[in-house]
Design a protein around this ligand. Structure first.
Ligand SMILES: Cc1ncc(COP(=O)(O)O)c(C=O)c1O
Length: 374
């Protein structure tokens, strides 16, 4: 790196928020001035606006993506003794959401191309105890929903989509999160739509499921009642301040998504021909949103070192598949059982990707990658 060049970060929340600082501050002040902090007008407006953005019937804000998964799974009836099939190559919350309900996550392998839940692996793992599937639209790539929904239908299973990384991604014309029984979204600050802290939401199509989630997220209160509790619930409400911030940012999400897609196209073009596996471009019914642009190479660690030496940020998502995490040692996951997930953990490297990344900087990333393989 020469003295005049600045480093290219893997991502930058600051770059995104800077341009919106006045609007975000005004939104926060509006809530402070109103004195309505819990389940007020910002929540109601955000729920409606996010549902409209997805084309979902209903959308319910919650306090994190993890809570979104937990409540959605609980609402479809997952509990002690049940099994839920999840991909092993994901963030661990996909699995822990199952465990905290007293159910058992059963780890399936992912598809070599999309790194999302492989229906062929899922099929082999379905038992009498299986209650649900959790496809994860990892890195913003839609999972093979036709095959997964067909399997679920044939076996009477619920489908909860983990959309923590797939805001506005589409599968055959429909937004991820609207294809299964419910879609769990995270607004962790680094996500494609990020709050100013923890936040999440659940998209749901049916009224009965919506009402169960409304009760579960608000201490089991019957809808509209203050101290009448119809079930044992949780406190997983979305803060009004976060809802207000999210409303500002949601308005930009389509343009930010378009920028990510342009950058992904640039990467694909400029990295073509290298011994690297690139993420699918989309097409054939899928419209990915490139939460991360994750390439794969057997020389991953050396490439990461080379990029860092040249001032290019990069990250390993995820270095250990969940079935091999110490947290799940008791389930007996062994190396070799899920070969694609294990290989992906050894080979995956995410390159800089955020909507404010300039084409010039993305070009520098490509030059540095090309130089490595020369
Ligand atoms: C795939 C996936 N699932 C679930 C989560 C959990 O979301 P949160 O951090 O908002 O609880 C995340 C985010 O970190 C994620 O990437």
């Amino acid at each position: 790196m020469t003295a005049t060049e600045t480093a290219v970060p893997l991502l930058s929340i600051k770059a995104q928020n800077e341009g919106l600082a006045d609007e975000i501050k005004a939104a926060v002040l509006r809530v402070l001035d109103s004195g309505a902090f819990i389940l007020g007008p910002e929540n109601r407006a955000f729920d409606a606006e996010f549902a409209a953005a997805l084309g979902a019937k209903h959308c319910l804000g919650v306090d994190s993506g993890t809570s979104a998964l937990e409540l959605a799974l609980e609402a479809v009836g997952v509990g002690p003794g049940d099994e839920v099939i999840v991909p092993s190559f994901t963030f661990i919350a996909t699995a822990t959401a199952v465990s905290v309900l007293g159910a058992t996550p059963v780890f399936a392998d992912v598809d070599e191309d999309t790194l999302t839940l492989d229906p062929r692996s899922v099929e082999k793992l379905i038992t009498k105890k299986t209650k649900a599937l959790v496809p994860v639209h990892l890195f913003g790539q839609p999972a093979d929903m036709d095959a997964l929904l067909a399997l679920a239908k044939a076996k009477g299973l619920a489908v909860i989509e983990d959309c923590a990384q797939s805001h506005l991604a589409k599968y055959k014309g429909r937004a991820t999160g609207t294809l299964g029984d419910a879609g769990a979204f995270s607004f962790y600050p680094t996500k494609n739509l990020g709050a100013a802290g923890d936040a999440g939401a659940i998209a749901v199509g049916g009224e009965a499921l919506r009402d169960r989630i409304l009760e579960l997220r608000n201490c089991g209160r019957g809808i509209g009642s203050a101290y009448h509790h119809v079930r044992v619930g949780h406190n997983c409400r979305l803060d009004e301040i976060q809802a207000a911030v999210l409303r500002v940012k949601l308005r930009r999400l389509p343009e930010w998504t378009a920028a990510r897609r342009r950058l992904a196209a640039l990467y694909r073009e400029r990295l073509a021909g290298l011994p690297l596996r690139l993420p699918p471009a989309g097409g054939g019914g899928t419209e990915p949103v490139f939460h991360l642009f994750t390439v794969r190479t057997e020389r991953r660690d050396a490439l990461a070192q080379h990029l860092k030496k040249h001032g290019i940020g990069c990250g390993v998502y995820y270095p250990l598949p969940v079935h091999l995490q110490p947290a799940y040692a008791a389930l007996g996951g062994r190396e070799g059982r899920l070969p694609v997930s294990e290989r992906a953990s050894r080979e995956a490297l995410s390159l800089p990707m955020f909507s404010e990344l300039s084409e010039a900087d993305a070009g520098r990333v490509c030059d540095a990658v090309r130089a490595f393989f020369k």
